[in-house]
Ligand binder design. Sequence first.
Ligand code: HEM
Length: 403
Amino acid sequence: MTPLDPTVKSLITDPYGAYDTLRAKAPVHRVVGPDGLPVWLVTRYPDVRQALADPRLALDRTHAAPGNYRGFALPPALDANLLNMDPPDHTRIRRLVARAFTPRRVAALRAPIERVAEQLLDAVEPSGRADLLASYAAPLPITVICDLLGVPEEDRRDFRAWTDTLITPDPTRPEQARDAVKAMLGFFTGLIARKRAEPADDLLSDLIAVRDEEGDPGTEGTGDRLSEDELTSLAFLILFAGYENTVHLIANAVLALLTHPEQLAALRADPELIEGAVEEFARFDGPAPLAIRRFPREPVTIGGVTVPAGETVLLSLASANRDPGQFTDPDRLDLRRRENGHLALGHGIHYCLGAPLARMETALAITALLRRFPDLALDVPVERLRHRPTMRARGLLELPVRF
Ligand code: HEM
């Protein structure tokens, strides 16, 4: 095992290079994590995959040893979500969401996604250049997820600023993150009250119905029910997860294509490649480099290293997805890659709930973009592009293109 690395800087500035070095050296490393505390970082594909499905690794933060974890401080009404839960609570809530978040509901979003994509492209087309992140990759998923949940248009504008603040908080201004959390909580509580009074054909109304259908809505979440905190937390998680990751999968995919002209040409020549291409975009440069942190309930041996109970384990999806032990030529973008068992959307009981939607949205977004702009190109040298300064997320700050 390597000694405690006091900085994770290279994991931010050059994550794939840094992960290559770490992975070649050892399967598990003790490093300083994003919250400034020591964590165990797991780098190899077989270990990451196995650990993602290991029930001894808890997501519920109460399994963290005292002083061992300093994560987002969310109020209970946002924190009672699937990514902070283990069975049986996780099983109960995931089952309830599955009842409302049906394949029919996802399929019904296809035409609206295509329509919104075309509208966004109409808006940028006359100028001949755009920041594709701000004008396309971000507004598309926010519109889709807000339509799905039933968030009215006028409430959508602040959401991007709040989520950005939470993903990359400014350490010198802690009040910003606190204010964003407060604003989000107020927003979700108000939205649920309105939907409860006036239900519509949307996911949130259905989840409220699931919560309220059997008896008194004041009863807290036992048996088959959702508590009020669980309901707000679920709405928050779906909106946050459904937006944040999809934006960056789309933008990272566009960047991958623009920096691999032969792959771009292949996709233009055969648009049917798009399904496999989306899997390859997710493997090659997915937006979630790390799984949600996990805490061993008991000492657990991963890659030959025994991690004590209550310590923090970070499973690197980005590193696993570039593991040469698993993928042939892992640093090559290959839209025709076969047997792409990437872990970009997780694995096991926490496997991404929105995976079908994320895949469809990315495929439609890329297809519409390439169809509209045959001369799409980067508008700055690639070295000038900057990523968000965090090891938690992998995404660009801007994506200037011309067409
Ligand atoms: C490109 C887009 C996306 C990526 C890369 C992504 C990635 C992930 C990953 C890696 C996990 C597992 C976390 C873990 O086990 O540690 C996860 C879980 C989850 N994702 Fe996604 N996601 C995406 C889009 C979405 C969308 C569109 C939605 C909702 C509409 C969504 C909702 C969720 C939820 C609710 C969970 C928690 C599931 C559970 O704990 O049972 N995600 N996602």
